[in-house]
Design a protein around this ligand. Structure first.
Ligand code: AMP
Length: 193
């Protein structure tokens, strides 16, 4: 059972690639962004608590997303691909505990990298079809990227130290990035078979 984190800035394509990999390798795709949007859509108390922060492009509280991931991990015995979590060093530390509690091991953190202008271009493109309010507003997009630089980027150092981080170039077409990702995941899947 493999457990993978797909890491990267807003707009880099984590959701798209997590979907492709989940299907190809029979993994459960866990996206904290999708979980939070589902809570908002359903009008739950948790959804109401996070709605304003998400609209502004702020990160929501660590406790909220850690709780959601805990619940999701408890609901399956399959390998998972995490998308959008962890986004802070505290979340990365909590994930170590969650994996240990759920008798899982982290196999790899794959960071997808792309230049800033490309991220902004992709978010604008996605706004046309996603209906996401946080994709449609320039100030919110800028703020999400600031949140990434300040709070999420340092997570790479956390995983570099443990030797779990692999970085791949995500600046080109979807299928080029997908091929690079599959090369990494193929190796993981064959390891310790
Ligand atoms: P995403 O769909 O991953 O781009 O996430 C959309 C928004 O959900 C983010 O801008 C945050 O407001 C919130 N969010 C998603 N995942 C997390 C997380 N792990 N920690 C904090 N906030 C998150």
């Amino acid at each position: 059972m493999k457990n993978i984190v797909l890491f990267g800035a807003p707009g880099v394509g984590k959701g798209t690639h997590a979907n492709i990999l989940a299907e190809k390798y029979d993994l459960i795709h866990l996206s904290t962004g999708d979980m939070l949007r589902a809570e908002i859509e359903a009008g739950t108390p948790l959804g109401k608590r996070v709605e304003t922060a998400m609209e502004r492009g702020d990160l929501v509280g660590d406790d909220v997303v850690i709780g959601l991931v805990d619940k999701a991990l408890a609901s399956t015995d399959q390998g998972v691909i995490l998308d959008g979590f962890p986004r802070t060093v505290q979340q990365a530390q909590a994930l170590d505990f969650l994996f240990a509690n759920h008798r899982r091991r982290m196999d790899c953190v794959i960071s997808i990298d792309a230049p800033r202008e490309e991220l902004v271009r992709r978010i604008h493109e996605r706004a046309l079809i996603s209906g996401r309010t946080d994709d449609a507003n320039d100030d919110t997009i800028r703020h999400r990227l600031e949140e990434y630089d300040a709070k999420t980027k340092p997570v790479t150092d956390y995983y570099k130290v443990s030797g779990l981080l692999v970085s791949i170039d995500g600046s080109g077409e979807i299928n080029q990035t997908s091929m690079r990702l599959c090369k990494v995941v193929d190796i993981l899947m064959n390891r310790g078979k």
